[in-house]
Design a protein around this ligand. Structure first.
Ligand code: NAD
Ligand code: UD1
Length: 336
């Protein structure tokens, strides 16, 4: 099966391409490289022995998309392309709605024109209302708190409308919890531009000496050790979730929504300790006030994915930290 992977040069997309190739499927990557580097293709090739076709372009380019879908005889699309920084989305909402929502509409229009019926989309647990007690299943009411989260929910809703309008459409929204980790080879991993906003890449850069100390945002939460609790999922487990979702959804019309998480919560302190163990030294940290907008604790109920897709996350936080450390220590400045 030939699969268009938008945003396939990015963090989650590149790991998913490796597993698509392992499965014997053929990814075709479309990426504008706004948040990634083309050298990731060398890494995909080193790991798999196969270099997927790559087209540098924007998902909002309707003509390019139609050309791509027909020339490559694409049968399904996995749509990762989008912007993902919450703070930036608050400052630049139109940029986020244009990229994430308009981009998805243009993609679905091209799919409709070329009769490509299967779409798997990168949604997020950030669409859920934060007032609800974890674990969160897919029925937790949605109430995203920022433009980034709203852009994800809007696309989920448009996909639902598309599935209702066309009885042959298969639309799958995958709601990721906190993706972390790296390919076990150390050849691929997360490479954020500028200072990382998220915990794991921040820890990795402290460990490698690019940053001085982790600031722990909040130590007075109502959690076992007072620090925030999240559901961290290894990126290769997440990539495997896409394979399972595509295998299930292709030829299965409707709007399918799945949480992809481990089902377990871990605190900032747990992650700090696990990373220290992985890199062989205690990492420096400071205690800071809560980060505005953060919530104390949430994690997934991933039972629907387990029951329907036969998928579950297998890797531990030690695996996540060891693989991140292998990636970061062998690529201290990320991709060249
Ligand atoms: P990433 O930034 O590494 O990957 C996204 C890729 O899309 C990048 O390579 C970027 O260059 C490309 N891109 C962005 N806008 C584009 C456009 N208009 N046209 C073509 N290419 C474009 O991010 P990621 O962590 O791999 O995330 C992938 C998807 O998963 C995103 O949609 C993100 O919102 C979603 N998601 C990520 C997380 C997370 O924590 N990483 C959590 C939940 C959901
Ligand atoms: C963030 C996004 C969310 C996105 C998710 C994906 C925000 C507000 N939310 O969630 O939309 O879906 O990433 O991974 O940005 N922490 C520190 N010090 C740091 C960084 C983080 O203590 O330097 C703490 C946070 O307070 C939180 C935990 O670590 O308790 C995880 O934070 P982070 O990795 O940023 O993820 P989320 O906030 O869960």
């Amino acid at each position: 099966m030939k699969i268009l992977v938008t945003g396939g040069a990015g963090y989650i997309g590149s790991h998913t391409c490796v597993q698509l190739i392992d499965k014997g499927w053929q990814p075709v990557i479309l990426d504008s490289l706004v948040n990634s580097k083309v050298s990731v293709l060398d890494r995909i090739e080193s790991i798999t022995g196969h270099r997927p076709p790559f087209i540098k372009g924007d998902v909002r380019d309707a003509d390019l998309l139609s050309k791509l879908l027909s020339e490559h005889s694409v049968e399904a699309v996995i749509h990762f392309a989008g912007l993902k920084a919450v703070g930036e989305s608050v400052a630049q909402p139109l940029r986020y709605y244009d990229n994430n929502v308009h981009g998805s509409v243009v993609l679905m229009q091209a799919m409709q024109k070329c009769a490509v019926k299967t779409l798997v989309f990168s949604s997020s647990a950030t669409v859920y209302g934060h007032a609800f007690a974890p674990p969160w299943n897919e029925q937790v009411p949605t109430a995203p708190a920022n433009p980034y989260g709203r852009s994800k929910l809007m696309v989920d809703q448009i996909m639902g409308d598309m599935a209702a309008a066309d009885a042959a459409c298969s639309m799958t929204s995958l709601r990721y919890f906190n993706p972390v980790g790296a390919h076990a080879s150390g050849l691929m991993g997360e490479d954020p531009q500028g200072t990382p906003n998220n915990l794991m890449p921040y820890l990795a850069q402290v460990a490698v000496g690019r940053l001085e100390a982790l600031q722990i945002y909040g130590t007075d939460y109502d959690t076992p050790d007072g620090t925030g609790v999240r559901d961290y999922i290894h990126v290769t487990d997440l990539a495997q979730g896409h394979i399972a979702a595509l295998a299930y959804a292709h030829g299965q019309p409707g709007h399918h929504v799945f949480n992809l998480g481990s089902g377990q919560g871990h605190s900032v302190m747990d992650m700090l300790k696990a990373f220290g163990k992985a890199c062989g030294r205690e990492l420096p940290y400071t205690l800071s006030p809560r980060r505005p907008g953060d919530v104390a604790a949430y994690w997934a109920n991933p039972q629907h994915a387990r029951n329907t897709l036969g998928w579950h996350a297998e890797k531990s936080i030690d695996d996540m930290c060891q693989d991140t450390w292998r990636w970061q220590s062998s690529n201290p400045n990320g991709y060249l």
